[in-house]
Ligand binder design. Structure first.
Ligand code: HAM
Length: 414
């Protein structure tokens, strides 16, 4: 039998209800904050991700699903949503002045990364993302982070930690990168091969390396917060003030650098217990240079994305509320004749019009087999329409939980 590709998941009817509940809740919350939904393609020209997520990131370096289409152009399945959302906004003039700024958009997408598969780390996964285009203010950062915190509160997750950091702007990053280079150069012999390269391309990536030896070396590396320029420092301090005043609990973790190259200033992660090593359920930050990077006018921007699979893992682990599948209410079975079947169809149609979920016999089953199917399907009430019922206009309705039977007039039922 053909199996699904490694790192992908099937979501079966019994679980789809959980997804629908999460999607509905997120849609409502996003709307409370004034975000509008956007759709964009599953694949884009590869160049978009190379220029935004960045050549030095693991995602672009080794995780993208990239192929040439039949016209010979290199396309890539989106590894995340920010690049596509920014490209779509630019291409459709959302930030050109014809629409109010800041623009606030959200998306619910599949994303694709060729990763080492483990619990909470898939090759096809789902992201709910929110992006804000056109605000410099730390109040925008605070609102976005507050929105993130509200998501977890709404889903009843208490065991979530918020960690924030500032990774500065281009200017402060220059001096910081130089300091990191100087520090790591002293350990070049012990760094892993990838990090030896990173020392040249982007030494900040070494701080994110999973190798235990590189981690140990990175523990004593200079921290970015000591290198922030006045503007970045002020922005970060103001953000913390606003979060504190508004009761959003956080810790500053100067080691958060994030795995994508476009970030500037604020970065943050919401980390859950119980999701295994992949504890980061939601991550985001500012990316004030990205619009320019992909050919737009300078536009300050920020956003986050949350992995729905990881959210579900955390909700299951922390025993948060998740709805049960909705079951049909009525089973309207029938005898074998066309006349009996037609009457059952009419009753079912009438009940459905009134908004009840109804099953009928579409398999020409025996009376006994029909009741068995009704029971297995979890209906609340079941009946069988025979010639007698048609003649008398009355049916025997069985309460499937208690086993009680009640004579009901068909007209009344309808
Ligand atoms: P990211 O940290 O790469 O950021 O991903 C965001 C979230 O997506 C993660 O915290 C995680 O929950 C989920 N995720 C990522 N990779 C996987 C995977 N392989 N399997 C399952 N879940 C995964 C971004 O993607 C940025 N675009 C976020 C952002 C939006 N920054 C600004 N705006």
């Amino acid at each position: 039998m053909i199996q699904r590709p490694k790192g992908t998941e099937d979501i079966l009817p019994a679980d789809v209800y959980k997804w629908q509940y999460i999607e509905k809740t997120l849609t409502e919350l996003a709307s409370l904050y004034g975000f509008y939904e956007i759709h964009f393609p599953v694949f884009e020209y590869t160049e978009l991700f190379a220029r935004s997520v960045g050549e030095s990131s693991d995602i672009v370096g080794k995780e993208m699903y990239t192929f040439n289409d039949r016209g010979g152009r290199s396309v890539t399945l989106r590894p995340e949503g920010t690049a596509g959302a920014v490209r779509a906004s630019l291409q459709n003039g959302l930030t050109s002045g014809n629409f109010p700024l800041p623009q606030k958009i959200w998306y619910n997408i599949t994303a694709y990364r060729y990763e080492n598969v483990q619990k909470g780390r898939l090759r096809e996964f789902h992201q709910f993302g929110a992006e804000v285009f056109g605000s410099n203010s730390p109040y925008a950062d605070a609102e976005l982070i507050g929105f993130g915190a509200q998501i977890f509160a709404k889903f009843g997750l208490n065991n979530i930690d918020l960690e924030i950091n500032s990774i500065g702007c281009k200017e402060c990053r220059k001096t910081y990168t130089a300091a990191l280079r100087e520090y790591f150069a002293k350990h070049i012999e012990t760094l892993c091969d990838t990090c030896k390269n990173r020392l040249e391309t982007n030494p900040m990536r070494i701080l994110d390396c999973k190798s235990p030896i590189c981690k140990e070396i990175a523990a004593d590396a200079p921290i970015i917060l000591d290198y922030l320029c006045d503007e970045c420092k002020e922005h970060f301090e103001k953000l913390q003030q606003i979060l504190t005043i508004n009761g959003v609990k956080y810790t500053v973790n100067p080691r958060i650098v994030r795995g994508l190259d476009y970030y500037t200033k604020t970065v943050f992660e919401f980390i859950a217990s119980g999701v295994g090593t992949q504890g980061t359920v939601l991550g985001g930050g500012r990316y004030d240079g990205l619009f320019e990077e992909i050919g737009g006018k300078p536009t300050p921007a920020l956003g986050f994305a949350m992995g729905i699979e990881r959210l579900l893992l955390a909700m299951t682990e922390q025993k948060a509320f998740l709805p049960e599948p909705v079951k049909p209410i009525y089973y309207i079975g029938s005898g074998a004749s066309d006349n009996e079947k037609q009457k059952a169809l009419e009753i079912a149609a009438g009940l459905r019009k009134k908004g009840f979920r109804v099953l009928t016999d579409i398999s020409d089953r025996s009376f006994k087999a029909q009741m068995k199917y009704a029971d297995k399907s979890g209906v609340k009430f079941a009946c069988i329409i025979g010639e007698n019922e048609i003649q008398s206009g009355e049916i025997r309705m069985k309460d499937m939980t208690t086993g009680d039977e009640k004579i009901v007039k068909i007209e009344e039922l309808m």
